[in-house]
Write a protein that binds this ligand. Structure first.
Ligand SMILES: Cc1ncc(COP(=O)(O)O)c(C=O)c1O
Length: 437
């Protein structure tokens, strides 16, 4: 509804005020749970581990910090982030290139607002990039990719998409490891993409928020390593430290005068919209970015469990012959059900939206449809998340961690103490068997 008797909505919101698909599915699962239904929740991506005690103590110790702070972030935190990225993430950073904000999401929005040009997105890509661009009345061009090639991004496909833009400058948003596919962009590909970007005046917003959740079989390499002059690196505490609700995101702009001009523009947006990150959270973040061996060990421990859970789900899909790229990091998978298209049509399923609905209604498996990530509606891809199953409550998450610490190896933990994950795979098997009847 674009207008009523009292007001008219702004054009960017008049056509679409639907809730983000992630929030909508979560709402529906909660309703089913409240009605006593067993639902396997593979629809919501949220790292669920407890707050690290040192970070918790830092937050409590600064509860009295109540003044407004600089919209760039406190100097100590900007310095800590720069050191951490230089030492741990392979991004040579200096404090004057860092800005912090209430999450990387508002930073992604602010950078899109600050820069001219079309937004270029791989397909599939995270749910919020395209809606943010639409709110800003920016054009989005999608780089096509096929499930047959595991949706792999190529420099050629990027080149072809850029050729369709009539703008002088372009903004490419990369996300490695990826939500929704879990894939990392290999260093050779990043080097090729850097060449294309240099030649076409394309700036990269490199969303590396899952970098510290790499599963270990492939190291994470930042796009800034190949394209320092044109890459903004984004990250935060939401994933590797399970602090999504604390709202702390960081960005590092390119070195030099151009980077400073961009930082000033984003800082202006931050200053006019969110003012600053909550003061106690900034002091807690100081502990998180202190390069403290205890906290680094905790990040590695949580990542080990994410990896075991996600790789287990991936192996389960492989055993069912469901095509799916092997995830390299994070807690997502993006399987394709295109091979069952004929049988699914018989069940009234023609699109990924239909498929997600069917799986929830008939098989009590919550997923997100590929359409939420920009895949064409008739491509039968779904995003599965391993992060919520068997960690539906904070108590369950803490209990799993405690069991792991008592000496149960991560793989054994997933095999023997993950009834919901086993149930979800069992229902998937039954669903596929029903299609062959
Ligand atoms: C790829 C990606 N980028 C950014 C975000 C936003 O994270 P935050 O705003 O909590 O920093 C998310 C959260 O789901 C994500 O999956």
């Amino acid at each position: 509804m674009a207008h009523n008797e009292f007001f008219t909505l702004a054009p960017a919101l008049a056509a679409d005020q639907t809730l983000s698909p992630t929030l909508a599915i979560n709402q529906r699962v909660k309703e089913l749970w409240a009605a006593g239904e067993q639902v396997y929740h593979l629809g919501f991506g949220e790292s669920r581990f407890p707050v690290h005690p040192k970070i918790r103590a830092a937050l409590i110790a600064h509860a009295d910090a109540k003044s407004y702070l600089s919209s760039l972030g406190i100097p100590e935190l900007r310095a800590a982030v720069a050191d951490f990225y230089t030492k741990r993430m392979g991004v040579e950073a200096t404090p004057d290139r860092v800005i912090v904000a209430p999450g990387s999401k508002p930073l992604l929005y602010a950078f899109q607002m600050a820069l001219a040009g079309d937004t270029i997105l791989p397909t599939p890509s995270w749910v919020s990039y395209a809606p943010q661009a639409r709110l800003l009345n920016r054009s989005v061009l999608r780089i096509p990719a096929s499930p047959a090639d595991e949706h792999r991004l190529t420099a050629d496909a990027l080149r072809q998409t850029l050729a369709q833009s009539s703008e002088k400058q372009h903004i490419l948003i990369l996300n490695s490891p990826s939500n929704p596919t879990g894939q990392m962009l290999a260093p050779e590909l990043l080097a090729e993409i850097a060449e294309v970007c240099r030649a076409t005046h394309t700036l990269v917003l490199s969303d590396e928020i899952y970098a510290l959740t790499a599963h270990g079989h492939q190291p994470h390499v930042s796009m800034a390593h190949f394209y320092p002059e044109g890459t903004v690196v984004l990250g935060g505490l939401s994933k590797h430290l399970s602090l999504g609700g604390w709202r702390l995101g960081v960005a590092i702009v390119p070195p030099g005068a151009a980077g400073q001009q961009l930082l000033a523009a984003v800082n202006k947006i931050g200053g006019e919209i969110w003012s600053c990150v909550s003061a106690p959270v900034q002091y807690a973040a100081l502990a998180a970015y202190a390069d403290d061996p205890e906290i680094l060990a905790y990040i590695a421990e949580c990542t080990r469990l994410h990896a075991a859970r996600t790789q287990h789900l991936w192996r389960g899909l492989c055993e069912l012959d469901i095509p799916c790229a092997r995830p390299d990091g994070g807690f997502y998978l993006y399987p394709s059900f295109d091979g069952w298209r004929g049988a699914l049509a018989g069940a009234g399923v023609f699109t990924s939206d239909d498929l997600a609905r069917h799986l929830l209604d008939k098989w009590r498996i919550a997923t997100l449809p590929g359409t939420a990530f920009g895949s064409p509606p008739d491509e039968l891809s779904l995003r599965l998340s391993s992060s919520y199953v068997d960690m539906e409550s904070d108590a369950q998450a803490a209990a799993l961690l405690a069991r792991h610490r008592s000496g149960v190896d991560a793989d054994a933990l997933v095999r023997d103490h993950h009834p919901a994950l086993a149930g979800a795979l069992g229902n998937l098997r039954a669903f596929l068997a029903s299609l062959h009847e």
